[in-house]
Design a protein around this ligand. Structure first.
Ligand code: UD1
Length: 448
């Protein structure tokens, strides 16, 4: 590995087929929408499947671009990835022959870095690119790397790549994070399942997708448990086996649709929806006066009070689970533009995650941005159609919500970002009565 070349010199990003959404606002949404499986669980399970040579089978996998990128990345390593029917994938890692995760994968998706822990633990070495992912601020991977080093790996960083090796097996240890990291927790956990001895991870992320990954690992024969809310303990095994798993529903997609029902003054039902995982959002909705009710796996939202008393302003602060997810900050902010009074948004997880609000302003939202982590929203703003640009996945879905609530036509450029994480988003909105279409960039009448 010492002579490996800096592969990224020749890298040119693939041209992306640019698309736009054109949305005609002003229709209250109504009807029923089915929630897909969670992106942030499925991607980690594909990575976990490389811990064994046996076949793993996943159902309820969302049909999204990030899953396609992960499948392709695995195929380039020699992993067999089958897709026998919609939302079903099988991953068999018996013949991994190329322990190299290139910049092409990493530039498209940060979650490619989830292959560090499992490949290192099973094969003892991997060369993996430093990831890019969403354009939402500086997103380092130092916690992942420190965790692998604590488990006994030797890692060097050269030319944009981490060269990682583990002489012999990784060794169980105490992994102490300075703060909570979702993928840091998951990477350390995957590596520790095949390490020699006992590992404790603290503070461990508490997101439901982490627990879903734990459930899958247990089916693979891993000895892993959440022993306290913020602690995961693992007793390393020599081998894991193949397993089957149904991916947990996507709470971020569910939250996005709940808010869509509210901001359009509509009434919709979500099926296969994880109400239990949306406590912080439901609390925010309660404060604003949106009517939400939870069934066993359904959520009903009634936003018709928008037309009577209006929604009430409230302040929100993002936090690690069980706090309000940073991925729900953009849609929740759209809701707050429709509330009467002043709301404050405090983004604590990522730098630059409020930048998309400048696009929301182009639609007529009255927003002050005193610094990179705070926004002050003055409601209720009358939103009007405009030309806007999507910079990242979650902001993209939120601009669709704003467009649905606006008067007139909105053209949203950069629609391809949304397909990274939302299955058939325009089809789902169409099914709820929205007027939305997806066009190739250049074929949209309003963007000459
Ligand atoms: C995951 C989710 C993402 C979500 C985020 C927070 C996936 C694929 N992505 O991202 O949708 O928005 O959790 O809920 O599951 N940090 C470091 N060093 C590191 C790692 C993280 O400084 O090595 C920082 C980050 O910059 C951020 C904070 O830690 O400020 C939390 O990030 P983290 O929880 O790691 O997010 P991801 O796992 O990347």
């Amino acid at each position: 590995m010492a002579d490996a070349r800096p592969f990224h010199w020749e890298y040119q990003p693939e041209p992306v087929a640019r698309e736009v959404f054109r949305v005609e606002g002003g229709t209250p949404l109504s009807g029923t929408v089915a929630i897909s499986g969670a992106k942030n669980a499925a991607l980690k399970m594909f990575a976990a499947a490389t811990l064994t040579g046996e076949r793993c089978r996943f159902t309820n996998v969302p049909e999204i671009e990030d899953v396609r990128v992960m499948a392709q990345t695995l195929q380039h390593l020699g992993v067999v990835v089958d897709h026998p029917s919609p939302n079903v994938y099988e991953v068999a890692s018996g013949d991994v022959d190329w322990l190299f995760v290139p910049l092409e994968a990493a530039a498209k998706m940060r979650a490619s870095f989830m292959l560090l822990g499992p490949l290192l633990a099973r094969f003892g070495r991997v060369i993996i690119s430093n990831p890019g992912g969403d354009r939402i601020g500086r997103r380092p991977v130092d916690l992942h790397v420190d965790a692998m080093r604590a488990l006994g790996a030797e890692i060097e960083y050269r030319y944009g790549y981490y060269y990682a090796q583990a002489p012999g097996r990784l060794r169980g240890t105490e992994v102490r994070f300075p703060f909570v990291s979702v993928m840091g927790t998951e990477n350390a956990m995957l590596a520790a399942t095949l390490a020699d001895g006992h590992t404790t991870i603290r503070p461990a992320a508490q997101e439901p997708e982490v627990d879903d990954l734990i459930a899958f690992l247990q089916k693979m024969g891993a000895e892993v448990q959440r022993t306290y809310p913020d602690t995961i303990e693992i007793e390393g095994r020599r081998r894991l086996r193949g397993a089957e798993h149904h991916v947990v529903p996507d709470r971020i997609e569910a939250g996005t649709f709940v808010i869509a029902g509210a901001v359009t003054g509509g009434r919709i039902s979500l099926t296969g929806a994880p109400c239990d995982h949306l406590g912080a959002l439901i609390d925010v909705l309660g404060r604003t006066g949106v009517d939400v009710s939870c069934g066993t796996d359904t959520i009903e939202v009634d936003g018709r009070s928008l037309d009577d008393a209006g929604f009430r302003a409230t302040d929100i602060v993002t936090a690690a689970y069980p706090g309000l997810a940073t991925d729900l900050q953009p849609p929740a902010s759209v809701l707050l533009t429709q509330a009467e009074g002043t709301s404050r948004v405090h983004e604590t997880i990522f730098e630059d995650r409020l930048e998309w609000m400048s696009e929301l302003r182009r639609m007529g939202a009255r927003i002050d941005l005193p610094d990179a982590n705070h926004a002050v929203l003055h409601g209720r703003s009358r939103l009007t159609g405009a030309e806007v640009e999507i910079g990242d996945l979650r902001a993209g879905a939120s601009l669709i919500l704003a467009a649905l609530a606006a008067d007139g036509t909105t053209t949203i450029h950069g629609a391809h970002h949304v397909h990274r994480g939302y299955e058939n988003i325009e089809g789902k909105f169409l099914g709820l009565g929205a007027r939305i279409e997806r066009l190739a960039e250049g074929n949209d009448a309003t963007s000459s």
